[in-house]
Each structure stands twice: as C-alpha cells, then as structure tokens.
Ligand binder design. Structure first.
Ligand SMILES: NC(=O)c1ccc[n+]([C@@H]2O[C@H](COP(=O)([O-])OP(=O)(O)OC[C@H]3O[C@@H](n4cnc5c(N)ncnc54)[C@H](O)[C@@H]3O)[C@@H](O)[C@H]2O)c1
Ligand SMILES: Nc1nc(=O)c(N)c(NC[C@H](O)[C@H](O)[C@H](O)COP(=O)(O)O)[nH]1
Length: 221
C-alpha cells in the first residue's frame, strides 16, 4: 500500500486553532489540488478527532469530468477510512452517507453495541489492535479490500501515528500565510512526538498556490 499524507498548515505548523473548529487554511487553488490527490487515491483517511471536529464528507464531485479523468475510470468516490478505536463516530456523520464505502477501524475492545450500530449505519468495520488501532494491520486488511493508494488527511494525532509506524511514503503540505499559534492547537504531527530518531524527508518540489506554498516530500527509508 502506498500512503500519502496531505494537509494544510499555518506558517507555525498548526492544522486548526485551539478551538479545533474547521478552519480554511487552503485557498481555492489548494482545495482543487486536494481534490486531485483524493481522486488519485483508492481511500481517503482521517482520525475520529477530525470527524468530530469537522464532520467532513471526504468525497469528490464525481460528476466533474476532470475528477472522472483523474479517477482513471474507477467508478464513484474513493473509499473513506476513519481511525476510531472505540467506535465514537456519530451515527449521523456525513462520512456514513451512501456516497462512498466507509471503513471504520476499531480495536478489539470497542463496545459491541457501538460497533453494531455503525455497521447497521452502513460502515464496514475493521478490527485491528488492542488499545489503539494497529495501523499496519488495518492497512493490510484495507489492501486486501483493494485499497492500494491511501491518502491520510489528518489530523495531527493520526499523522504522527502513521509516521511513527513507518507507514508514510509521501507528504504534501500546503503552508498558508497565517499564524495560528496556541500550544493546544493541533499541529501537523501531534501524539507523543519523536525524541531520538526523526523521520527523514527529501524535498522533491515546491509550488506557489493561493497565498502560500505546497511542499512535496518523499519519506526516506
Ligand atoms: N488543516 C488540515 O489539513 C486538517 C486536516 C485534518 C484535520 N484537521 C484538524 O485537526 C484536528 C483534529 O486532529 P486530532 O489530532 O485532534 O484528531 P485526529 O483526526 O488525528 O484523530 C485522532 C483520534 O483518532 C483515533 N485513533 C485511532 N487509532 C489511532 C492511531 N493509531 N493513531 C492516532 N489516532 C488514532 C483516536 O481516537 C485519536 O484520538 C481538527 O481540528 C481538524 O479540523 C486539519
Ligand atoms: N486540505 C485542507 N485544507 C484546509 O484548509 C483544511 N481545513 C483541511 N481540513 C481537512 C479536513 O478533513 C476537512 O474537514 C475536510 O477537508 C472537509 O472537506 P470535505 O467536507 O471532505 O469536502 N484540509
């Protein structure tokens, strides 16, 4: 499985304000680019923190001929994937609508009634891990379902975890020209943080878009 992390951050590395409300950092050009990254993916993934904060659709305008071309004939939307250890995804979440297949990744100990309710709401349940979703094991199961190229949109906890598990192949990040600040605001990589060994990146490309710049990296090793 090829994993691409894509996000938008302020100059000081924040994904949103400390209020964790949905905050448009990307401009129209970058949102178009994000749709192209999504269109090229078989799955688009977020953590449940993002579902709770943003209630994202994680879908594309599949009637758009450009999107259809970028889907290379693959029908409909990419699958949606949520890392959600204890099945906290709200049953009225937009990612549970019928626009695309949605995989909810939970742990063994997730409450059975919540798992059942999500399955009844149309989610495909994937069980991997004990206290936290075992991303490597979950990704193997997703690969068995035909997901060969996975886009991770965030948030900071999930992005750190994917790097920590050595699962990220590419990173593209839009840096918007604003300062958000706040030690409680989510950043591009949250979680425990690296203290001795740090994932090394190779800068492949930079591109001016909207009021900022897109940085594209290959993850080394
Ligand atoms: N600017 C952007 O590009 C962008 C993109 C996505 C989200 N966001 C913002 O990020 C914030 C949400 O980020 P966040 O870090 O709070 O939450 P998140 O979306 O990273 O979800 C984290 C949660 O996912 C669950 N999870 C299950 N298995 C996990 C694993 N192996 N590793 C990590 N998490 C796992 C846990 O419950 C964890 O609390 C929101 O404010 C949202 O608006 C911004
Ligand atoms: N690329 C990007 N730029 C931003 O400025 C921003 N705030 C997000 N945030 C990502 C998060 O997942 C959003 O909630 C979805 O991008 C919502 O978009 P959809 O409803 O899926 O169309 N992503």
């Amino acid at each position: 499985m090829h994993v691409v992390v894509n996000a938008a951050m302020s100059v000081d590395g924040k994904l949103a304000s400390r209020r964790r409300e949905q905050l448009a950092i990307s401009g129209p050009e970058d949102f178009d680019r994000v749709d192209r990254v999504r269109a090229a993916a078989d799955g688009v993934m977020v953590g449940v923190g993002t579902v709770l904060a943003d209630d994202p659709h994680l879908t594309l305008d599949v009637t758009d001929r450009r999107v259809q071309r970028q889907r290379h004939g693959r029908p409909g939307n990419p699958a949606r994937v949520v890392a959600d250890s204890t099945a906290r995804t709200p049953l009225d979440a937009r990612i549970l609508d019928d626009e695309a297949t949605t995989y909810v990744l939970v742990v063994e100990s997730a409450p059975e009634e919540r798992r059942t309710a999500l399955a009844d709401a149309g989610a495909e349940m994937v069980v991997a891990g004990d206290d936290r979703v075992d991303l490597a094991a979950a990704f193997d199961q997703l690969a068995d379902e035909g997901i060969e190229r996975l886009m991770i949109e965030g948030g900071g906890e999930l992005i750190f975890s994917a790097f920590d598990a050595g699962l990220v192949d590419e990173l593209s990040v839009f840096v918007g020209s604003k300062i958000i600040g706040g030690h409680d605001a989510p950043t591009l990589a949250d979680g425990e943080g690296f203290v001795e060994e740090y994932p090394a990146l190779t800068l492949d490309d930079t591109e001016r878009l909207d009021d900022g710049v897109v940085l594209r990296y290959t993850v080394d090793g």
